[in-house]
Ligand binder design. Structure first.
Ligand SMILES: Cc1cc2nc3c(=O)[nH]c(=O)nc-3n(C[C@H](O)[C@H](O)[C@H](O)COP(=O)(O)OP(=O)(O)OC[C@H]3O[C@@H](n4cnc5c(N)ncnc54)[C@H](O)[C@@H]3O)c2cc1C
Length: 388
């Protein structure tokens, strides 16, 4: 009998495993893939991820291996350029996820490459997990589900309410001798309703990709490969990188689940769901590593108290804590998304940012999570931008 079985060893699951094992609990971390494994991503780390890496004791190592910059330049539909200062890191997920999973193992978690195919809650709240690789079921007092945007298993046990993924994105790696000292995000008119990014990885390597948020709009389903082609042809920095590219990996795509919605966060018995499974990725930017880690931390804290006290009703606090501590941040991003997906409003805000110190500070504060996006994306915010 394990104390906690964690299904999925991405940032959400492995972070939970680090914190639980460090407190002496018997943790089993399961993933269908062996590590290191690739994960399609932009590989960008913003303030929330950096904070969670610090708390996991991994910041220095990630910083040492990754690329660091203090600037992210965002382009509006009419290419009005907004420079957002902050601390940003990039590190390929192949390396990042391996580091987090290895830290979990070093902290005492046991890792098994197993695909979990079923979870059966028992009458005492514990669970039996069936896996593809062996006939013997695995027993655990608590289960954390962290399968990312792959919700086949959560769907099977009734946690996912049928809501589809909310975004899709693709990326490739390009090696090119172009000097670029910042992250670039573009909501360029030529690629709307998609968005695109160029994230330097250091050593002349770049992660270039684009995505589309559906927001329930079926018409938004564009051909992303065409969007990518438009971006690397028409966006000057992307075109420059591509023209001088010495190598390039094929485009690979993946789905995203955003907005902290689309799945129940706890199930029958002692089961909690975390990370992208419960939509813990920000709408509009697609940043999800930090929030996945934060949901893992929160679940670990609550599971620890339940295990120590023997009162598993404590697990029922998880949905309310998420609602209270994380949901407001997602609401702010959703409002920002509603504003910025209107090209004229996006351009208007970008132009105002150039003229207003209040808006410049607020935009930096949003990324650092010291400012609620609603400070800007409201009538009051716009009025204030004419004063300061
Ligand atoms: C193209 C793209 C670009 C992105 N760019 C960024 C970015 O720059 N910055 C950022 O912060 N976020 C970005 N994201 C979002 C980010 O990738 C996710 O938010 C993050 O990976 C979520 O972490 P997770 O641990 O919840 O899930 P994952 O990282 O997906 O991990 C889930 C794990 O569960 C395993 N698994 C699934 N099913 C089973 C099963 N049945 N049994 C056992 N194991 C299973 C999988 O193998 C996987 O290892 C991007 C996403 C995409 C698609």
């Amino acid at each position: 009998m394990h104390d906690v079985a964690i299904v999925g060893a991405g940032p959400a699951g492995a972070t939970a495993a680090i914190h639980l094992s460090a407190q002496g609990h018997r943790v089993l971390l399961l993933d269908k893939d062996d590590f290191p494994r690739d994960k399609v991503c932009g590989d960008g780390l913003i303030a929330d991820a950096i904070g969670a890496l610090r708390r996991a004791g991994l910041y220095e190592e990630v910083r040492g291996l990754g690329y660091e910059t203090r600037l992210c330049t965002v382009y509006s539909p009419s290419r009005v350029q907004v420079d957002v200062p902050g601390e940003f890191l990039t590190l390929k997920r192949l390396l990042l996820d391996d580091l987090i999973a290895r830290k979990a193992i070093a902290s005492g978690a046991k890792f098994l490459r197993h695909r979990v195919t079923g979870i059966e809650p028992q009458s005492n709240g514990s669970a039996l997990l069936t896996v593809r690789e062996t006939d013997s079921p695995i027993r655990s007092r608590i289960v954390l589900l962290a399968t990312g945007a792959d919700v086949e298993l959560p769907e099977k046990i009734g946690l996912v309410d049928g809501a589809d993924h909310s975004a899709i994105a693709l990326r490739c790696y390009v090696r090119s001798p172009v000097a670029l000292d910042r992250l670039i995000i573009s909501y360029d008119r030529s690629i709307l309703p998609g968005y695109a990014w160029i994230f330097p990885l250091g050593n002349d390597e770049f992660n270039i990709g684009c995505g589309i948020f559906y927001n329930g709009n079926e018409h938004a389903r564009v051909n992303l490969r065409d969007t990518f082609q438009t971006f690397v042809t028409e966006f000057p920095q992307a075109a420059d990188i591509m023209r001088r590219a010495v190598s390039r990996t094929p485009l690979r795509g993946a789905r995203l689940r955003c907005g902290l919605r689309g799945a129940a966060t706890s199930g029958a018995g002692n089961i909690l769901a975390i990370g992208e499974t419960i939509g813990a990725t920000f709408p509009y930017t697609g940043e999800g590593i930090g929030k996945a880690m934060e949901t893992g931390e929160l679940a670990a804290e609550i599971a620890h108290r339940a295990l120590v006290s023997g009162d598993f009703n404590i697990l029922r606090e998880f949905p309310a804590r998420l609602e209270r501590e994380l949901k407001p941040k997602f609401l702010g991003y959703r409002i920002a998304e509603e504003w910025l997906s209107r090209p004229w409003l996006n351009d208007f805000v970008a132009r105002r940012i150039h003229k207003s110190k209040f808006l410049q500070d607020s935009v930096a504060g949003i990324l650092n999570e010291t400012v609620d996006p609603r400070e800007i994306f409201s009538l009051r915010g716009i009025v204030r931008s004419f004063v300061r």
